[in-house]
Ligand binder design. Structure first.
Ligand SMILES: [Zn+2]
Ligand SMILES: [Zn+2]
Ligand SMILES: [Zn+2]
Ligand SMILES: [Zn+2]
Ligand SMILES: [Zn+2]
Ligand SMILES: [Zn+2]
Ligand SMILES: [Zn+2]
Length: 377
């Protein structure tokens, strides 16, 4: 693993080379993590690292933790270390007082002893559990207000070692991932029209929008705001501005409140509404820019002629596997082999014939699935 040059520099300038550093380590099998701490003699923590463990047996995890800890100490340029071992068994293996029964353990013990031999001075101590608790309490006291202190953590998605100010914690479940993995995860969900949940498998913790500011760019943050708003409004109350440059999303209540009621064609009597974003008038029934001197049924009749002009776009849409949503006129892409399409407005329909799906059930007799439509990534 790499240790940043900046950190190494600050360490060597603030400590004399003949100082002995204390190395603590523990493997937590249940949390699947290994934790390492390196402190100076007054228990000030120089370095903490948490990484995922490779093993599931207690002594193997302990040995992995120790090996990582010693590698960190070597990389930090430390010459003298005191190693504090919690497990009596591991202590005895390292001292050669006891022979491991498994080959894996033997290999790890040999590797650890090889690294130990690289130090100018090293001493190995077995620590009783109670004393360890005392030490960790001292360390915790220092770490609260210590600028000397750094935490490096391994992201469980990309396996990079990341400084903890670039790590995001999901509020509810406390799962932790690096900013860059979170950004990719949230972006993918938002572009699918969904609100993101915790990336951890089967974890359904919601991700709060405010906390995403840390890692989302302003464009994605705006999309997330839109998704949050969409989720708060029932599909039947969702309205989208039909002007393609605008496409603003509003609730029915919002758009009614924004439409002037004093005009001769007042909202309520007709389908005329005013977009809350671009202030242009549109028809909420026909989902088109406002048809001034026509009723909705009159407009619908003329639409039959008008739609031949749209034929070009529509044939392109067909070719490119897009379908127009009957409800909101939005173009929806068929992204998998399933013919059941759900639009951003909540309207669900059959890809083949356009028939509406009701209560998650198909109302037409079309095939549901076509192998030729499956896109292989
Ligand atoms: Zn990551
Ligand atoms: Zn989670
Ligand atoms: Zn608009
Ligand atoms: Zn209309
Ligand atoms: Zn729609
Ligand atoms: Zn489906
Ligand atoms: Zn159908």
């Amino acid at each position: 693993m790499e240790v940043s040059g900046e950190f190494t520099a600050s360490l060597t300038s603030s400590s004399s080379t003949d100082e002995v550093f204390n190395v603590y380590f523990k493997g937590l099998v249940c949390g699947e993590t290994v934790s390492i701490r390196i402190c100076d003699t007054s228990y000030r923590c120089l370095y903490e690292l948490r990484i995922s463990s490779l093993f599931d047996a207690g002594d193997l995890v302990e040995l992995q933790a120790l090996m990582e800890a010693l590698n960190v100490a070597v990389n930090l340029g430390l010459k003298r270390v005191a190693i504090f071992c919690r497990s009596n068994l591991v202590y005895q293996y390292l001292k050669g007082k006891r022979q491991p029964t498994s080959n894996k353990v033997t290999t790890l013990v040999d590797q650890v002893n090889l690294i130990r031999s690289k130090f100018v001075y090293q001493a190995l101590f077995h620590m009783k559990r109670n004393y360890m608790k005392f030490v960790y309490r001292l360390i915790a006291k220092w770490t609260n207000s210590d600028s000397y202190f750094t935490i490096i953590e391994q992201c469980t998605i990309c396996f990079e070692y990341i400084h903890n100010d670039q790590i995001y914690t999901v509020h509810k479940c406390l799962h932790r991932y690096c900013f860059s993995c979170m950004r990719q995860h949230v972006e993918a969900k938002l572009l699918q029209g969904k609100l993101p949940e915790c990336p951890h498998e089967k974890c359904e913790s919601k991700i709060g929008i405010d906390s995403c500011k840390k890692f989302l760019n302003p464009e994605l943050y705006d999309i997330m705001r839109l998704r949050v708003k969409e989720a708060s409004i029932l599909p039947k109350d969702r309205v989208y501005c039909p002007f393609s440059k605008c496409s603003a999303f509003m609730s029915k209540t919002e758009v009614i409140a924004h439409t002037p009621s004093s005009s001769s064609t007042a909202a309520g009597d007709t389908g005329m509404r005013r977009c809350v974003e671009c202030n242009r008038l549109f028809c909420i029934n026909c989902k088109v820019p406002w048809h001034d001197d026509m009723t909705c049924s009159g407009y619908m009749k003329s639409y039959v002629f008008q739609s031949s002009n749209d034929a070009k776009l529509k044939s392109l849409a067909t070719k490119e596997r897009w379908r127009e949503c009957i409800n909101c006129k939005n173009l929806v892409e068929l992204t998998s082999g399933c013919y059941h399409i759900e639009c951003r407005c909540g309207y669900q329909f059959c890809y083949t014939c356009g028939a509406e799906w009701l209560d998650k059930k198909q109302t037409c007799g079309c095939r549901l699935w076509d192998e030729h439509n499956i896109i292989y990534a």
